[in-house]
Design a protein around this ligand. Sequence first.
Ligand code: TYD
Length: 208
Amino acid sequence: MPAAKGRFITLEGVDGAGKSVHLPWIAHWLQAPGREVLVTREPGGTPLAEKLRTLVLAEAMDPLSETLVMFAARADHVARTIQPALARGAWVLCDRFTDSTCAYQGAGKRVPQTLILRLARYVHPDLQPDRTLLFDCSFEVSRQRLQATGRDLDRFERETREFFDRVRAGYRRLAAAEPERIRVIDAAQPLEHVRAQVRAALADLGGR
Ligand code: TYD
């Protein structure tokens, strides 16, 4: 029998679009008899990468350093968590991946995309998400939702509207360039409608 092939699914989007609300039920929905679903996140997903997460979300740094920290965390995460899981046939559901670096550090902070793509090719040469769900919403919806959480915001969530708009536009460009991999989810819709969009966007993966 051929080895079971794992799938790599990533969730992306501007802060406050509701990724975190949807992630647990997506993981649950992907469960099938005999299938392992591993939920992980970036930056993070290993002890070292979680330390780097704490640092990079709190500490102001120049955009290049920020990019390199994201990729340092990613290198550890890919090698220790993602690749081994995929190799044993698990489905990996990852909250953010390299598209976040393209959108936030690239489009948002103007780090050259060519540099980001070079780093990506070096850090994960053979790894690309099988499917990416891009949760998209306006600045107004994002702010409303972040305020409703009542928690302290990290330094990316406290950024200006101009930054938000650049990140959002960056994501939409990525989706336009790769419509097969990246499916745009209108996250401003009521919960049930968002769920229906997510189910439709994953239907052809052979999941459910
Ligand atoms: P997120 O997991 O959405 O935070 P929360 O737990 O508050 O929902 O993301 C953490 C932040 O990190 C988010 O604002 C985007 C940022 N980020 C980057 O800027 N570049 C990256 O490469 C990654 C992975 C995240």
